[in-house]
Design a protein around this ligand. Structure first.
Ligand code: PEP
Length: 254
């Protein structure tokens, strides 16, 4: 764990207008300033808030991410946003393959893989989400599901590039439900993801990848989750919309 810097990222989902985004970031900035150099603090915001968010966080230790990216460079893809467009704005991270995108918007491991490669090629750091459904956990195929996602989502990604990537383990049954994985469940799967990376790449590469837990992480349960050896941070939905709660999670990682 010592080789990896913790990363706490907020996923705002479809929330906040520009003035609201500015207000929230202005509240977060001073609270998390002490985390500089210790914890990477990121807010992943809707496309319409990116420019406002980048301006509001300029000169601070809060980095900005997008919530999706298209895999083509440009062209007839109405409604989509390319990696180059995000880079030009000053965006550093991008969430890819969030379970809500997989569930509601037809995202597959194939498109997640294409988006991940496009992001990396443009210089964006992808936060790639993987996680099993409740049904899959109950059928005892969590490891199969996770291994498949990791293999497919990073197919053709070099060791050098996977080290620039973040993997978020987000059990689908824990997202937005108030049901959190226990710290032991989170550790078990995050360790399994690292072991899978070691098989695909090598031990040193696997050790260098930041693996987050996400799924109803909050101010109360964050300390235990983040204390685990293979849990290198969190991807935070609901609790990232409140400055005080988000900061509590950041401080638990400092
Ligand atoms: C998420 O959106 O990635 C997430 C983990 O949401 P929540 O924290 O609200 O469960």
């Amino acid at each position: 764990k010592a080789v990896r810097k913790a990363i706490i990222a907020g996923n705002w989902k479809m929330n906040k207008t520009r003035p609201e985004a500015k207000e929230l970031l202005e509240a977060i900035k001073p609270l998390v300033a002490n985390a500089e150099g210790k914890v990477e603090v990121i807010a992943c915001v809707p496309f319409t808030n990116l420019e406002t968010a980048i301006n509001a966080t300029a000169g601070s230790n809060v980095k900005i991410g997008a919530e999706n990216v298209h895999f083509e460079k440009s062209g007839a893809f109405t409604g989509e946003i390319s990696a180059d467009m995000l880079v030009e704005l000053g965006v550093e991270y991008v969430v890819i393959g969030h379970s809500e995108r997989r569930q509601y918007f037809g995202e597959t491991d194939e498109t997640v893989n294409k988006r991940t490669k496009a992001a990396l090629a443009a210089g964006l750091k992808p936060i790639v989400c993987v996680g099993e459904l409740l049904w899959e956990r109950e059928c005892n195929i969590t490891e199969e599901v996770i291994a498949r996602q990791v293999k497919l989502d990073f197919f053709g990604v070099s060791a050098e590039d996977v080290k620039k990537s973040v993997i978020a383990y987000e059990p689908v049954w824990a997202i937005g439900t108030g049901k959190t994985a226990t710290a032991d469940q989170a550790e078990e799967v995050c360790a399994f993801i690292r072991a899978t990376l070691a098989k695909i790449y090598d031990e040193a590469t696997a050790e260098a990848v930041t693996i987050q837990y996400g799924g109803s992480m909050n101010a109360k349960n964050c300390a235990e989750l983040l204390s685990k050896e293979n849990v290198d941070g969190g991807l935070i939905g609901g609790a990232s919309l409140k400055a005080a709660d988000f900061n509590t999670i950041v401080q638990a990682a400092v």
